[in-house]
Design a protein. Sequence first.
Lengths: 262, 221
Amino acid sequence: MPETGLEFSKEPTEVAVSIRNLSKSFNDVEVLRDVNLEVKKGDVVTILGSSGSGKSTLLRCINWLEQPERGSIHIAGERIGVTDEGRAMSVKALARVRAKTGMVFQSFNLWPHLNVLHNVTEAPIHVLGKSRHEAEAHARELLDKVGMSHKADAYPNTLSGGQKQRVAIARALAMQPEVMLFDEPTSALDPELVGEVLAVIKSLSAEGYTMVIVTHEMSFARSVSDQVVFLEKGLIIEQADPETFFTNASTERVRKFLERNK
Amino acid sequence: MNNWQILWQARDQFWSGFLSTMTIFGVSISAAFVIGCVMLYLLEGSRSRTTILLRIFIDGMRMLPFLILAYLLYYGLPSLGIRLNAWWSGVGALAAYHGCYFAEIFRGTRLTFPPGQVEAAKAHGFTKGKMFLRLILPQIIMQTRPLLGNQLIYALKDTAFLVIITVQELTAAANSLSGTYFIPTEAFIVVIGCYWAVSIVMEVIIKQCGRFSTKRGFDNA
Ligand SMILES: Nc1ncnc2c1ncn2[C@@H]1O[C@H](COP(=O)(O)OP(=O)(O)OP(=O)(O)O)[C@@H](O)[C@H]1O
Ligand SMILES: [Mg+2]
């Protein structure tokens, strides 16, 4: 893969996402508290934690779908949401920085009036300004990568959940993002469809894509991650490489969580 | 000469009335559609003074008898120094009135639009305007298709009111013929036939358009 060859040749310490002192409240309830997290280029970071611990909120702050009250987030060195002068970014500027992230949602959120191919080319053409020809060629490559090229002309309503999610992954990849964000990508799937989606995500990690993944699939998290983060009531209470995290967690809370989610 | 033969000889008058009705209908319904789309766009986003005023305007229009609106534009506007001829008053009234209906139809469906799709669009770097044009509006139109078809028929029928502000359209033609030769029944039967024919053609076309949305899973028409 040409693009991954490039990524590997870069400095291993290059930072894709840097989150500093992030805090976010909903109606005076602090959902994220002073979160600090650095995602290196090419790394896979999984976020674990019980329901309501703030995992989705953290992910959604990264692409500014939620606006944090405090702290900063940089995507490939560029701050999202706030200008250098400390003002709120213009809509245009925000959309441009946002396009450096690709997000995959639990509920797929494909655009049903567009067929599979056009779901993937829509943003490259109308946001990035690519030519239709170029966008379609790239889209077909990506659909091939996620094993969906045979459904290029199908409409989303005719696809299974696993197929929808694989198209959603191709759609996000088409933006050539610096980082891919996955919010429980398999939680809405029938058990027998989970595997095909996880396999695609795994293949992306092998290609060197930078990813932040919220998941409840423990064995997947263990095998795919470079770093595991555990959120509890909006605080990062454990952060470690997967081996340490799953076999030798330092906090009692995490050990209990792993015990329950075996 | 029987009554039908009289009408046949006056067919040019019917024909020009029919063309006039179709022109008025075509122009005003296109404008109404655009007005409806623009209003829907203005209603996007959170509640503000604009959206509240717009909602009040839309409801006010919808609750107004169409004829009174047409009267107001034709007879009332001149007192404000704006003088429109009968044709433009009629077209303006139809466009504004049905534009508000369109807006209301769109708005109802917009409320049920899945927020996840909007989030996906934002996450892919879409700005509000492009998101609206490319992702929201096409789906809203596909989903509201049967209601829009219905509204087209209402609008077609409302063109007949314009006879009262002296627009020379189909109903006016029938009216004048029936007055001249005293053959109201036959004249109006012809007119009814015309309105029915146009409505049926529209129904068929709208139904055919349903293939688009059925393929995408929007309805089971
Ligand atoms: N838009 C919102 N308005 C108000 N409260 C919210 C909103 N979004 C999230 N919350 C609250 O913030 C907290 C964290 O939510 P979040 O969705 O980030 O949790 P999560 O870790 O993703 O949980 P889950 O595993 O159930 O998805 C929860 O208590 C939730 O109720
Ligand atoms: Mg969540």
